[in-house]
Design a binder for this molecule. Structure first.
Ligand SMILES: [Zn+2]
Length: 465
């Protein structure tokens, strides 16, 4: 590397570290991949200088739950319910995935995330039907250059409800082969089914495996009707709750279950966009905050909603404001309950906490890894800059992401990803998409599958489960 030190000169700096604060103009010095200093003026420094005037300098965003393998199928579920998603995709097209499709999806999804300023991605990988699928998923993440948490979720067959099949033991091999150290750019977690998909005995065994391997856990709970079976209470009664677990969605959990998560030190990932589209229920943002949980944000799947965090932040904030505004006397409130700073915190530092990576990333704190995003502000969309955080949340979009740095490596500058990674990801995804739909023509249950927007799978009826 030609320059170990990089100076981001005179940007508008949002650190998301309350002890440092924000700056209308400041310098950020990166040394050997680590943030060394943030100050109004660091003076002459022996470093490569990146002119950040006219830019917002902020932490890279953290997506705490994405089924990245589905990226090449983007858009197909734009008009589907959750039940249709389960039959059409998760228990439908998923079976047609070859390892090269998993690789193409993960590469595209990770590249898309990087391109939009997401520097840490928890890949909720629940279609690794063979060891080769896991290898391909991990290679896609590695090749992209993103900071990732590969959350091993086993194969789609494990999701036939209620499952009595224990979690795929190949997770042991994956842990040993790829993630023997927790101090690397990509780390590992366990994506477990939990009581909504598996029996409680299986859930207990799966959690025991995760804890034996020393891996954090992420688990869907409280999405739609499934959530009314009190999955958190079921786990609590067996003593299974812990601070190592991230609970995904939580829409239809009861308030006391949210309190139980808080009491156990667990974290939460919400995906407001998909939750409202597909029928998971109202995003639990405000209810979580009331029990002391600051949620993290996630994209979930690009088969319907977009893959960038700007849209998710806007929807998170607008939804909670709408819910608050329905309360009696709302118009007389002295202030809003949820701020744009809260929501940017969900997308950065709270996401890092949920991934167990807040020692490393999530804020522009000296000593942390240099995962940094520069947004252009010299555009009609953001100029003049009167309220940087408010405008990042409400007005920014992926087209403004000028520069992206992961562990000090600049992977995007001048609005373009470096190298041929983008072209390669697009080509492989296109080829994969074509191959998958060709295979549906020879699959009896999927003969009506098609692109173009007209495919409407018969839904899985979740209310009887
Ligand atoms: Zn999910």
């Amino acid at each position: 590397m030609s320059f170990q030190r990089v100076l981001l000169r005179q940007g508008t700096v949002i650190t998301m570290d309350d002890s440092i604060g924000d700056f209308a103009a400041a310098d950020v010095l990166v040394n050997n991949g680590v943030i060394e200093a943030v100050a109004p003026d660091l003076g002459e420094v022996d470093a490569e200088v990146i002119d950040a005037r006219g830019m917002i300098v902020m932490p890279g965003m953290v997506d705490t739950h994405r089924h990245t393998w589905q990226a090449a199928l983007r858009g197909i579920a734009a008009d589907w319910t959750l039940g249709q998603y389960m039959t059409g995709l998760h228990l439908g097209l998923s079976a047609l995935f070859q390892p090269e499709d998993t690789y193409a999806g993960n590469l595209l999804g990770a590249v898309e995330a990087l391109d939009t300023g997401i520097t840490t991605l928890l890949d909720w990988s629940h279609n690794v039907n063979t060891p080769e699928h896991s290898d391909a998923a991990i290679k896609g993440l590695f090749d992209s250059g993103i900071r990732a948490v590969f959350a091993h979720g086993g194969g789609a067959d494990m999701y036939r409800v209620p499952s009595t099949v224990p979690h795929d033991q190949d997770a042991r091999r994956v842990r040993e082969r790829y993630f023997s150290s927790d101090d690397q750019l990509c780390t590992m977690a366990m994506a477990l089914r939990g009581p909504q998909f598996a029996t409680l005995d299986v859930t207990e065994a799966d959690l025991r495996l995760a804890r034996e391997l020393g891996l954090p856990v992420t688990m869907h709970v409280g999405d739609g009707e499934w959530g009314r079976s009190r999955p958190v209470t079921q786990m609590k009664d067996r003593g299974l709750l812990g601070p190592d677990t991230t609970y995904v969605h939580c829409n239809t959990l009861a308030d006391d279950e949210l309190q139980d998560i808080a009491d156990s030190g667990g974290s939460v990932s919400i995906a407001p966009d998909i939750e409202m589209q597909m029928g998971h229920g109202w995003p639990a943002t405000g209810r979580l905050m009331r029990v002391g949980i600051r949620p993290s944000l996630s994209i979930d799947t690009c088969v319907s909603n977009s893959g960038h965090m700007f849209g998710t932040m806007q929807i998170c904030l607008a939804t909670q404001r709408a819910l608050d505004n329905q309360e009696p006397g709302a118009s007389d409130r002295p202030a809003v309950s949820l701020s744009s700073r809260d929501v940017l915190s969900f997308a950065t530092v709270d996401g890092a906490k949920a991934c167990g990576l807040d020692r490393k990333v999530g804020s522009l704190t000296p000593g942390k890894q240099a995962d940094i995003v520069l947004l252009r502000t010299d555009t009609p969309a953001l100029s003049p800059l009167n309220n940087p955080i408010g405008q990042v949340v409400y007005s920014a979009h992926p087209g403004l992401v000028d520069t992206v740095m992961v562990a000090g490596q600049v992977v995007k500058s001048g609005g373009r990803l470096h190298g041929d990674i983008e072209a390669r990801a697009l080509r492989l995804a296109q080829e994969s998409r074509d191959a998958l739909f060709e295979r549906t023509r020879h699959t009896e249950s999927l003969t009506d599958a098609c692109t173009g927007g007209s495919w409407q799978p018969a839904p899985l009826i979740t209310s009887v489960l």
